[in-house]
Design a protein around this ligand. Structure first.
Ligand SMILES: Nc1nc2c(ncn2[C@@H]2O[C@H](COP(=O)(O)OP(=O)(O)OP(=O)(O)O)[C@@H](O)[C@H]2O)c(=O)[nH]1
Ligand SMILES: [Mg+2]
Length: 450
């Protein structure tokens, strides 16, 4: 990974926005920035500098950061301009012709890592933040980014390094009678403590892969109540066929709907058929399978539903223990709803897929329920498969060391080798010891500009 040239990338999100940011990092970043734009005041790091771009003629803002006090640990320049994609692309071109190189995905974070500004788990936290699709992932990513795993690793690595130093000193001075650096039972106790701490982390942690990426909301209701119409209206797309013919939707259909920070997958399951033809049986089976994936069930009813049909619907989902909400669709029809509010034992909302009445409130309710789950806390870390593998290896090495000690205590060289192996594995979690190969794999999953 080359890190002594100057890289540049657009680091604001894709698309139009009031403000766009182009970031440079490397020894030439200040000079290249001054080649492309004219500062209107003497340049100083860590403060806003008004500047002028000649083509097109525009006032812009410049921020300079001096090595090593910057995100990457190098000299950094940040240009703030109006966030029009065409203007950003044109300005990027100028930086490239003035000698900067287009940054690869994750290269800014990689430089921060190589300059000791971030450890590998914190860098992974940045990548995970960018990729997060749910509140759970966002919270877990923030915990990584803020160094909770890094601190844990550091503490255990310090303990292991202490023990290793004492065991190795014991080897060096083994010819000297009466010189002992740590009593065997004390050493055994400290190894047990480290192994227990590792076991606790493994058992209390949540696997990254198991975090719900995007909660699923499944709509359920009798044919013709307007499930497909709601799916289309909530997603703003004509995704599902809508018709007055009951039983239009046969297979489950899904769309992703998002607000500013959250997404849910909305699934339109086939309507609940009551006359049991072979086709209806197949549809009912498929729907039950789909329901098992639900984080929230949205029960859809309309003015034709009676207390009885509502109870049948509730019966179908009574064994599924997830959040359930009822939407009384077709609120625009003046006939009113037959199922009385008293018969509705769940949170409910009146809405109309046709007129759009209450759909914003319905969307917000869905996001709120779908993302309502236990938060990821400091002492319940989220580990990805790389962390889990290294942690398991480290614990196995510590356990081997404990066994050598328990069986004889006579082979300090073997003991030291296992402690070193455990230390290497812990080091690889935070990246203090890793091959370029591993680093390349991790940073290549980043997006450009981060
Ligand atoms: N007035 C009114 N009509 C609606 C509303 N929502 C849906 N409809 C109509 O109700 C009929 C059925 O709508 P769909 O969305 O196909 O219903 P569905 O629940 O998906 O039906 P199946 O796929 O058969 O299970 C269509 O004629 C829609 O135009 C609404 O809010 N108000
Ligand atoms: Mg339908």
């Amino acid at each position: 990974m080359q890190s002594n040239d100057t890289i540049v990338a657009i680091s604001s999100p894709a698309g139009s926005a009031p403000r766009g940011i182009i970031r440079l990092s490397g020894p030439q970043s200040w000079a290249i920035a001054q080649g492309v734009l004219r500062p209107l005041a003497p340049i100083r790091p860590y403060c806003w500098i008004d500047a002028w771009l000649d083509d097109p003629a525009l006032p812009v803002g410049l921020m300079l950061f001096q090595a090593p006090r910057s995100f990457t640990g190098q000299d950094v320049a940040e240009l703030h301009i109006p966030g029009s994609p065409a203007l950003l692309a044109m300005t990027m071109e100028k930086f490239l012709t003035h000698g900067a190189r287009q940054a690869e995905g994750g290269e800014f974070s990689a430089r921060a890592f190589l300059n000791g500004k971030l450890d590998l788990t914190e860098a992974e936290g940045i990548a995970a933040t960018i990729a997060a699709r749910s509140d759970h992932q966002l919270r877990a990513a923030a915990s990584l980014r803020h160094g909770s795993l890094h601190r844990w690793v550091q503490k255990q690595a310090d303990n292991l390094a202490d023990l290793l130093a004492m065991v190795e000193a014991g080897i060096d001075f083994s010819d000297e009678p009466g010189v002992s650096f740590i009593a065997l039972d004390q050493l055994q106790q400290r190894l047990n403590d480290i192994s227990c701490a590792m076991q606790t982390l493994e058992s209390r942690s949540v696997s990254w892969e198991a975090l719900p990426a995007m909660p699923t909301v499944i709509m359920l209701g009798r044919p013709n109540v307007g499930k497909s119409s709601l799916l289309n209206a909530l997603s703003g797309q004509q995704r599902a066929i809508v018709s007055p013919v009951a039983g239009t939707t046969r297979d489950a259909l899904s769309v992703e709907i998002s607000d500013a920070s959250r997404s849910v997958r909305l699934v339109d399951a086939a309507g609940v058929e009551t006359d049991l033809t072979p086709m209806a049986n197949l549809m009912n089976d498929a729907r039950r399978q789909t329901l098992l994936r639900a984080d929230v069930i949205l029960l859809v009813i309309d003015h034709t539903d009676t207390d009885g049909s509502l109870q049948a619907l509730l019966g179908e989902v009574q064994d599924i223990h997830v959040w359930k909400i009822i939407v009384r669709n077709k609120s625009d029809l003046s006939a009113g709803l037959r199922a009385s509010p008293a018969a509705i034992p769940l949170p409910w909302i009146n809405a109309s897929a046709k007129t759009g009445d209450s759909l914003p409130a319905l969307r917000t309710t869905l996001f709120d329920y779908a993302h309502r789950q236990a938060p990821v806390t400091e002492d319940c870390l989220t580990l990805n498969s790389r962390h889990q593998l290294l942690l398991r290896q480290a614990r196995a090495a510590v356990q081997r060391a404990g066994e050598i000690l328990a069986s004889s205590g006579q082979f300090p060289e073997l003991l030291a080798a296992d402690l070193r192996a455990a230390l290497d594995d812990l080091g690889a979690i935070s990246g203090t010891i890793s091959s370029d190969d591993v680093l390349g794999r991790i940073f290549s999953s980043f997006c450009i500009g981060k």
